[in-house]
Every structure is written in C-alpha cells, then in structure tokens.
Ligand binder design. Structure first.
Ligand code: F0G
Length: 459
C-alpha cells in the first residue's frame, strides 16, 4: 500500500468502551430492527459507521467550552463567538443559527422558493430535496454524468455540468430558478468534491443570469482538502484559504455543523444579503429559537465556535481524509467494488456490483448493510433505492443508478485498527456473496422512508 503513514494528530484522553456481541445475538437484533440498520440500538453495534453526523469526538478545548458556554437567553457570549467564527472562517456577512443543517434548509427553502420553481443541485441530498419539494420547488439534478458511474475516476465527480445548467435556464427561464444549490462535497455521489474552477465558472454563469448561489457547505472543508491535493495551484495553500475562496463564489450557505464543525449538534444559515437576513431572523424565531441561539444551547454554540477553528487545521484534515482513504484502499486491494475515487467522509460499497444476482427492487444495498452487521457488528447505511424514495408525481420508486452501502467514518473516533476489522468483514462477505439474498419492504412511511422502513428476507 503506497500510503505514507499519517498517524492521528491527537492523543486519547477519555475512552468509551464498546460492547462485543455474538453472531446469534446480532441475527436476532437485525430481525427485531426490520433489517434496517437505522433501527438497531447503538449498544448492540461494535463499530458504528452509520454516519459521520454528530458523531465526532470533541477536543479537550471544545469540552472546556461546554463548561464555559454562556446560557443567557439573549446576547450570549457564546453566540458572539460562534458568529465571529463563521464570519472569519467562511467569510459570509450574516449568520442565523439553527439546531442542525435541515433547520437552515427549511429557512432557506421557505424564504426563497415559490410554487413550481426549479432548484438545480449536484445530485440530491435527502433532507435538502425534501425541504425544497415541501416548499413547492422542483429539484433538478445537474451533476456531471460521471458522478453516476461508480467506476469513473474523475477527480471532481461532484462538479456541476454547466451545459445542463444552461439548458435548464433556457428551458424554464432564470426567473424560475430561485437559487442553485451546490453541495460541497456530494454525499450521495460518494463524498465527491467540486473543483474551484467549476465553482468559479458557475459563479460567472449565475451572475450573468442573476441567479443566487447557496451552497450546502456541510463538508466544505473536506472539499477544500481535495482541491489542495488535486487542483493545480493549490498544493501550497492552507485549507483555510481554499475554503475562503470557495465561499467567495457563493451568496450564502446552509450548514450542518454536525459534520465539518466537529460538534454533536448545531447548524447555521450564512448569507450576504441584508434583506434576506432580516427575513431569516423573523422566521428563525418561529421554527428554531431566538436569532442568537436558533435551537442550540450556549454550550453547543461555544463548542461549535471552537470546532470551526479546529476543522481548518491542515494536519487534522489531512488525517481525516487520509483515514477514510485507508479503509478504501484496503477494500480496493482485495477486489471489493467501491465508489472511486474514495471520497471525503465515507467509503461506499457498490452493492450492484457486489450482489449482481439481486434486482434493485430486492433492495441489494439494504440487504448488504444488514448482512455486514450480522457478520461483524459493523453498522453501515443504505444509500440506494430505499433512500431515493418515491417520485412525488407518479408515486413510483425512484431507481437511482447508484445502489450503495455507506461506511461513514466519524471524525477522530476510530483507530486504523478498527478500520482493518471493517475491511476484513467486508472481504469475508464478498467471498460468500452468493449466499446473500434480497429483501421485501413490509412497512413504508410516507417521507424519508429509509429512516424507519422495515423489511423481511425474501426466502
Ligand atoms: N446536507 C448534507 C450534504 C448532509 O449530509 C446532511 C446530513 C444534511 C445536509 C442535513 O444536516 O443532519 O444536520 O440536518 N447528513 C447526515 C448523513 C444525516 O448521515 O449523511 P442535518
């Protein structure tokens, strides 16, 4: 493996014991959970790769901030610190705090989308699109075609296809596009980044047509690291400067602090437009809380303010992305089909290629995730037909080309040794893949079905 050893740029001060379970126990747990890894109890999970959201380990400095947090209802010092951190690091003028990312998506969608308008994005994210649709918007995927091909080695598979953007503008008119929403990185494409060049060109196109750009900046620091690694002219620039430049091409962003910002809860909407900011402050009071806490406790804001400075440390982010790649490299070397190149927050198993004998209606990724849990106590998540949900117009399943199991690496939580255990379990499953059957959905909730749907094995 041609990986120069990058050990953790931190040492461990507190540990959290984890429980080991037997295979027989796990078989019973997954049955009780309706073969949905979301419905497992975390106590029954050995290595939890369900999500990188809100699962980060905070630093001693952040924990000190928890104690130091100012719980005053108004004018809290911790809010002032958070607002300052967002302004300094992201560079936007105005900040509206929210309890997490979807709180900010709700505000933005309500403020900007009118019934029947089109919102282009680079592949969908579940909650982002759900809020756009709830507010009468029609999501349009304008990501480059390579993003839908798990084998394409394009270095910036998150890029927006500017021809698709131009066609959309010509077809529906710029006045029917309230904003474009590029996600940095693209979660469902495999944690794939967007290039600086693409962001710059998008800015030029949108300025020409008067269309605002609102990023989903949830994993923008990971995106900045890929730009540093892969894009000419950025190798010697600090990630902090790259992040700032990326943000300079947008009018605002929504943010889930639970990822990049190294906290367990929190988010924000950041914007440059004063009128929009005033309206956002009016709305946040209804849905989240005062514009000086937005659903967060003072201590949460203090921890996030500190996390924002830690996330742009070059050694931290190199290790973070490098650790994800370490797992991906181990799997690729053993012939496991994964989305390539390895993204910033997770390794995505290609369930179609892993289980070619299963049709998509038998939920191959859902089944693979359930089997991985039984095999090893490792919990991943389906990102395929179940997550894609149904078309609101026709009511039919949406059939995404990507049928994936996401193994998401929490920040600063697991060691490389844990990841070796994960790789070993996946390789064992690959060796006996013919024994893995499909599933039938026996309960389906009306929205965001992947969270609570239940399944049974097809015998
Ligand atoms: N945008 C992206 C790209 C996300 O990945 C998420 C959350 C959100 C927005 C919403 O943020 O959870 O704070 O409300 N992703 C988590 C995940 C749930 O596991 O991928 P939130």
């Amino acid at each position: 493996m041609d990986r120069r050893i990058i050990a953790e740029p931190y040492k461990i001060k507190a540990v959290e014991p984890i429980k080991m379970t037997t295979r027989a126990q796990r078989e019973s747990f997954i049955r009780e959970a309706g073969h949905n890894t979301f419905l497992l109890r975390s106590d029954d999970v050995y290595i939890d790769l369900l999500t990188d959201s809100g699962t980060s380990a905070m630093s001693d400095h952040q924990w000190a901030g928890i104690m130091w947090g100012d719980e005053s209802y108004a004018g809290s010092r911790s809010w002032i610190n958070l607002e300052r951190a967002v302004r300094e690091v992201y560079g936007f003028k105005y900040v509206v705090p929210t309890h997490q990312g979807r709180g900010a998506e709700n505000l933005l969608s309500m403020l900007m989308i009118s019934l029947g308008q089109y919102v282009p994005g680079n592949m969908y994210f579940t909650t982002t699109r759900a809020h756009q649709e709830r507010n009468g918007g029609i999501f349009v995927d304008v990501i480059i075609d390579q993003a839908h091909d798990p084998r394409s080695e394009h270095p910036f598979k998150g890029n927006l296809d500017l021809n698709k953007m131009t066609e959309l503008i010509q077809r529906v008119g710029a006045e029917n596009i309230p904003y474009v929403c590029p996600a940095l990185t693209v979660n469902l494409a495999g944690g794939q980044p967007v290039s600086m060049d693409n962001l710059r060109q998008l800015r030029a196109l949108c300025t020409q047509h008067g269309i605002p750009i609102m990023y989903d900046a949830t994993r923008a620091v990971e995106n900045a690291f890929f730009i540093k690694e892969r894009e000419e002219g950025y190798a010697d620039r600090p990630v902090a400067a790259i992040l700032k430049e990326m943000m300079s091409y947008a009018d605002g962003c929504t943010m889930s602090g639970k990822k990049d910002c190294l906290v367990n809860i929190g988010g924000f909407l950041a914007i440059n437009d004063e009128t929009l900011f005033t309206r956002a402050k009016e709305l946040v009071v209804l849905f989240e809380g005062m514009p000086s806490y937005g659903g967060m406790a003072g201590r949460d804001m203090e921890a996030m303010a500190r996390g924002i400075y830690e996330m742009i440390d070059d050694d931290y982010i190199a290790h973070r992305v490098g650790q994800v790649r370490y797992l991906g490299d181990m799997l690729m070397q053993q012939g496991v089909p994964v989305v390539r190149p390895i993204g910033g927050h997770a390794v995505f198993l290609d369930a179609r290629a892993f289980l070619p004998h299963l049709p998509q209606e038998h939920f191959p990724a859902q089944s693979l995730a359930a089997h991985l849990y039984v095999e090893s106590g490792v919990r991943g998540m389906e990102r395929g037909i179940v997550s894609a949900g149904r078309d609101p117009e026709t009511g039919a399943h949406r059939y995404p080309r990507l049928e994936l199991v996401r193994l998401t690496i929490p920040r600063r939580v697991y060691t490389d040794r844990h990841l070796e255990v994960v790789a070993d379990a996946v390789v064992r499953l690959l060796a006996r893949r013919e024994s893995i059957g499909g599933l039938r959905m026996v309960y389906e909730p009306p929205t965001l079905r992947f969270f609570t749907a239940r399944f049974e094995p097809i015998s």
